[in-house]
Write a protein that binds this ligand. Structure first.
Ligand code: GRG
Length: 308
């Protein structure tokens, strides 16, 4: 393929991906707004903080993955959207708690003040707790899927990804490791738990909603694992090279906190090369889905080029 044709092809793929991401983000925003009520109640402050944390920002990558993976199997779109929102709620809760003074102590997130700065620490903790529990309430409700076994499996997969052997466990390792020189294998394990587990659960949820067979489900899990690592390396690169205004949060924080990252372990050039090869490997995992998985393949390729 000539360079010009390649660029045009890439451009078309990128445009299609952007449109799919935008459509997913719009649908997720509307559904989240419906799932987190905004009414006059004795606990209205909690509801406002939850909405602040969950609405009006973010790339919505995880819910996009739920929706795209579920679409491969023609799963019911309404149920898939609810499951996508559940995954995003867990993600939003993790951001709220991660930003707290006791953790990363961040003041900016998604281009605006973090939840504890906008409200207060206690409210932010409660908003995170309530988003986490609402995620499971949403998955367990019959509107998400008519089959209780499917709902139970969704709950199981998300709980495992979010909990002690997944995101929370990864966060613990991360906090304990500050100022320590982790090797590449240790960084990979940490990040697979902290960031990768939820990304994997998002893709697996799509497979569960669509009652995928074991081969298809394994392929999506393998795709998600490569994608998750590529995504995290891109995040580490952004922390070193990105501009705060564009990234929407503080940058240069990893080095300041003495955190071991893919960039500190590999250097910038090797980290970028590794992200690119992981993204390519992720895309190859989807060969069995043919054309239907083109948007997911594009997501893998473009996740490493993101600017925020
Ligand atoms: C506090 C329980 C608890 C867990 C914290 C995932 C996590 C563990 C913290 C999030 C903080 C962080 C910077 C994690 C690295 C993963 C990452 C890049 C998160 C940001 O995800 P994006 O870029 O954010 O998808 P948006 O705003 O687009 O949704």
């Amino acid at each position: 393929m000539t360079r010009l044709r390649e660029a045009r092809f890439g451009g078309r793929r990128k445009a299609r991906l952007d449109a799919a991401l935008k459509a997913a983000a719009t649908a997720v925003e509307a559904e989240l707004a419906a799932l987190i009520p905004n009414h006059d109640a004795p606990h209205a402050r909690l509801l406002r903080a939850m909405r602040y944390a969950a609405l009006g920002g973010g790339k919505r990558l995880r819910p996009f993955l739920v929706l795209e993976c579920a679409k491969l199997f023609d799963a019911d779109p309404a149920g898939s959207l609810r499951a996508a929102c559940a995954v995003e709620m867990v993600h939003c809760y993790s951001l709220v708690h991660d930003d707290l003074p006791a953790m990363d102590d961040d003041e900016m997130r998604r281009g605006r003040p973090t939840t504890h700065v906008e409200f207060d620490e206690a409210t932010a903790i409660l908003a995170g707790d309530a988003l986490l529990t609402l995620a499971f309430e949403t998955l367990a409700a019959p509107e998400t899927h008519a089959d209780a076994a499917v709902r139970a499996e969704l709950v199981l997969v998300l709980a495992r990804a979010a909990g002690m052997n997944g995101m929370v466990g990864g966060q613990m390792i991360d906090l304990e490791a500050e100022g320590t020189a982790l090797d590449l294998a240790q960084i990979t394990t940490l990040q697979a738990m902290k960031t990768g587990a939820l990304i994997t659960a998002a893709c697996e949820a799509g497979a569960i909603l669509g009652r995928a067979d074991a081969t298809a489900r394994r392929a999506l899990v393998a795709f998600a694992r490569d994608l998750g690592l590529a995504f995290q390396i891109a995040d580490d690169l952004l922390d070193v090279e990105g501009e705060a205004a564009r990234v929407g949060k503080g940058v240069g924080k990893d080095a300041a906190a003495g955190k071991a990252t893919f960039v500190s372990a590999l250097g910038i050039d090797q980290a970028r090369a590794r992200a690119l090869s992981l993204a390519e490997a992720a895309a190859c995992r989807l060969a069995g889905f043919g054309e239907r998985a083109e948007t997911l393949r594009s997501a893998a390729r473009f996740v490493v080029e993101r600017q925020h």
